[in-house]
Design a protein around this ligand. Structure first.
Ligand SMILES: Nc1ncnc2c1ncn2[C@@H]1O[C@H](COP(=O)(O)OP(=O)(O)OP(=O)(O)O)[C@@H](O)[C@H]1O
Ligand SMILES: [Mg+2]
Length: 352
């Protein structure tokens, strides 16, 4: 264990022992066997980690063989005040938010969820945009969910469990509801849906800082929020409000993602900064929140949304899906880093 304290996880930048990543250590004659628990799905630097573990253990006198196995286990978020009861089986709730409408929250939420699932995580996607639910269209699912006793079974596509108001109120009839009813539907979507065991429940929020956002943040322990913006000043101005809202209610901002960042012209290959450039990174720096990456403006991302075939379903190797997979990896790493860094006294307070 002392030797393993010298090995740092290259993604989480802490040693394996403090991160509680080492299990089942056994020494038999000159062979050491151990399991390393990886806290992020499809750990991108697993090979590097393996090499470092073998190297450090190999330096110990008398060790001739290292039997190393890996296992993935996403740590659960237990942050936030004790009055917010955790959702049974759900390890982490990730809200996707923005100040301004139409900047690509739903596109980001859908592609983030499908990317996390294809990296091997158990993922749910809850459409909290009760008035304008776009998740059914973008996920290519739309049927009436079945009841299971008192609970609702989510639908399933691309390995993601999905729930949306759009399933219950299909067609173009608008919902006209006031705050208290919104509150109750958000609660039911979180607590009365049979989500099962999830590493991540991604929640697609409506734009702004209104009733739905507050209802969600105040009643369930969200691990953190991904704030979506475009690089334009009007969008950034509203993104700052969203960051401030999460700060005020003491929810973590996992980071800022800049969508519709730039456009590569398919005819000349030139780059066009349609909505300006660099604003997302600047704002993230100014507010001390991580910058999670740029997503290009790409007509195929729009087509993927409109046809219910998210661009990330092309797979992690696809050049067009690359930005979303990088985002998914950055979000997973940040969630695990936050959860593993939580002070032990918080754990005790919650279990009381
Ligand atoms: N990176 C992108 N490239 C091309 N089109 C995009 C991109 N991101 C989003 N879009 C398109 O822009 C439109 C708005 O995106 P989306 O519905 O995801 O935004 P939103 O923030 O969820 O909107 P609302 O505030 O209404 O919920 C959609 O047609 C979507 O396909
Ligand atoms: Mg939306």
């Amino acid at each position: 264990m002392e030797a393993l304290r010298k090995v740092r996880d290259p993604e989480l930048h802490k040693d394996l022992v403090s991160l509680n990543m080492v299990r089942n250590v056994a020494v038999k004659d000159s062979a050491v066997s151990l399991t390393v628990v990886l806290p992020i799905p499809s750990h991108p630097k697993r090979d590097e980690l393996e090499k470092a573990v073998r190297e450090e253990l190999g330096k110990l006198p008398g060790v001739n063989e290292v039997k190393l196995s890996f296992q993935t286990e996403v740590p659960a978020g237990r942050r936030g005040p004790a009055e917010k009861a955790p959702v049974t089986g759900v390890k982490n709730i990730i809200a996707v938010a923005s100040g301004k409408g139409g900047v690509g929250k739903t596109t980001v939420a859908v592609n983030l969820a499908v990317a996390l699932a294809s990296l091997g995580a158990r993922v749910g996607l809850m459409d909290a945009d009760v008035y304008g639910p776009n998740v059914p269209l973008m996920m290519g699912v739309n049927e009436m969910p079945r009841a299971k006793g008192e609970r609702i079974e989510p639908l399933n596509n691309y390995g993601v469990r999905v729930m949306s108001m759009g399933f219950l109120n299909p067609g173009d009839r608008p919902l006209i509801w006031r705050g208290p009813m919104l509150h109750s539907v958000i609660q039911q979507f979180i607590r009365n849906v049979e989500w099962g065991e999830l590493d991540y429940l991604v929640v697609d929020l409506p734009p702004g800082t209104g009733d739905v956002q507050l209802s969600l943040i105040q009643t369930v322990p969200i691990t953190g929020a991904v704030v979506v913006t475009t690089p334009s000043d009007v969008s950034l101005e509203d993104a700052r409000k969203a960051i401030e809202m999460f700060r005020q209610v003491k929810a973590d901002v996992l980071g800022l993602v800049e969508n519709m960042s730039y456009f590569i012209c398919p005819h000349c290959g030139g780059r066009v900064d349609v909505f300006s450039h660099g604003g997302g990174e600047r704002t993230a720096r100014a507010y001390g929140v991580p910058f999670l990456g740029h997503i290009p403006l790409d007509p195929d991302i729009r087509v993927g949304g409109d046809t219910g075939v998210p661009i990330v379903s092309k797979g992690a190797e696809s050049e067009q899906a690359r930005a979303f997979y990088e985002l998914a990896r950055a979000v997973a790493a940040r969630v695990s880093a936050l959860n593993l860094a939580q002070p032990p006294e918080q754990l005790i307070r919650i279990s009381e």
